[in-house]
Design a protein around this ligand. Sequence first.
Ligand SMILES: NC(=O)c1ccc[n+]([C@@H]2O[C@H](COP(=O)([O-])OP(=O)(O)OC[C@H]3O[C@@H](n4cnc5c(N)ncnc54)[C@H](OP(=O)(O)O)[C@@H]3O)[C@@H](O)[C@H]2O)c1
Length: 434
Amino acid sequence: MQQVNVGIVGLGNVGMGTLTILAENAAEISAKLGFQLQVTAVCSRSVAEKTLPPGLETVLRTADWHDVVNDPNIHIVAELVGGTSIAKEMIDAAIAAGKSVVTANKELMALQGPGIWDRAIASGINLAMEASVAGGIPIHAVLREGISGDRVVALQGILNGTSNYILTEIEKHGTDFAVVLAEAQRLGYAEADPSADIDGYDARSKLAILAALAFGLQVVPSDIHTEGIRRIGPIDFQYAHRLGHTIRLVCAARRTQDGVFLSVRPALIAQSTILASVQGAYNAIWVRGQYGQDTFYYGRGAGPNPTGVAVVSDLMRVAREIRSGSPQRVSPFAHERLATNRPLPIELQKSAYYLRFRVQDRPGIIAALASILAEKHVSLDAVLQLPTEDKHNLPFVITIEPCEEKAVAEAVAKMATLDFMVEPPLALPMERPL
Ligand SMILES: NC(=O)c1ccc[n+]([C@@H]2O[C@H](COP(=O)([O-])OP(=O)(O)OC[C@H]3O[C@@H](n4cnc5c(N)ncnc54)[C@H](OP(=O)(O)O)[C@@H]3O)[C@@H](O)[C@H]2O)c1
């Protein structure tokens, strides 16, 4: 075999980034491989309107992905479409046709990846998905190979660039959430339907994949405790800063004797931690190993070129394995078999908490709140109130000492019923550093 042939399905952000790198960086890629990695077919619904990078003028262009998957000359299919329907059909068809698959599809891999890998193994082909978590950060390679000799005990990640961009804009400029979201949509950083990003679902898929890589767990994404960032406002950053913290959408995983806690939610993190310095659309993952201790990975979590690098690097790895004919492939989930455990209920975890209230001011408010906390055996740590004029919508914050989250949730639910509340209290965990 002189060269390895690739068919690219999906010519959107990631597909075009991948094609551009393959075309522009072809000499360097061939020099590294010792053979040519050749795109021979491209596919998207509107393929006729696409301008391909120079050097790809003669490749097969098609709007029907079956043409790529059924092409006998293609060795690897890159699925860069997304979603869980067509993409799943296409990957299954590629595997059945004996073609290796490279994908960037976090949603599908989080939901059905292990089953797809089983079918890939049975067909003797390979499956690679570096781009599915944190775009340009090679976290799969790290967990699958780089630190696979260690035993991961915990990790914390910022895995959604859109929500991190929104939070850091609120933090920098003191602008309200809705205004920043509208601006992010105008600039193309946030989708017209922003829910997957700001409600934490995109990050949840990525955390499910990381749970497989780090702990060997096959987790149903909807079993992961998930909260979004819609309620975070400038006032929360003012209070968080007073407390020496900032706020990020944190993906957290912690191994205990009884199982693993997994959560995606906005949380206070200490400004002294390296994670707190992650700004804008950047992503980061902080991993604690039992033996190697801390490692930290930082980079662009999305975008055509950073994600394209991850796809191209996967294509190169898979192409090498095809050329060498090695039947022994490292699982893309870093474990020979995954255990199908549910994460531990988050209510059992112990955390310190930040509670932010908006109340109609009147005497006895703190006493009423303190009495609910005492009833639930929750210890109040501090009360903070910044100067404000509006006594009808008075914000203030109570921090509480580490305790079981179940008790906090019960206390907050009861507090929400008090007649002086302008809105339900906002409860954010104060994530302890790894
Ligand atoms: N965007 C990022 O930075 C990023 C980062 C990491 C991972 N990912 C993942 O990468 C994947 C692709 O994301 P993206 O942002 O590149 O999406 P995108 O810009 O929406 O591109 C999707 C592409 O798929 C094509 N397509 C859709 N249905 C098709 C069908 N039935 N047959 C053939 N082609 C079809 C579209 O064709 P038309 O152009 O003709 O409509 C488009 O070219 C997703 O799984 C995403 O989660 C994206």
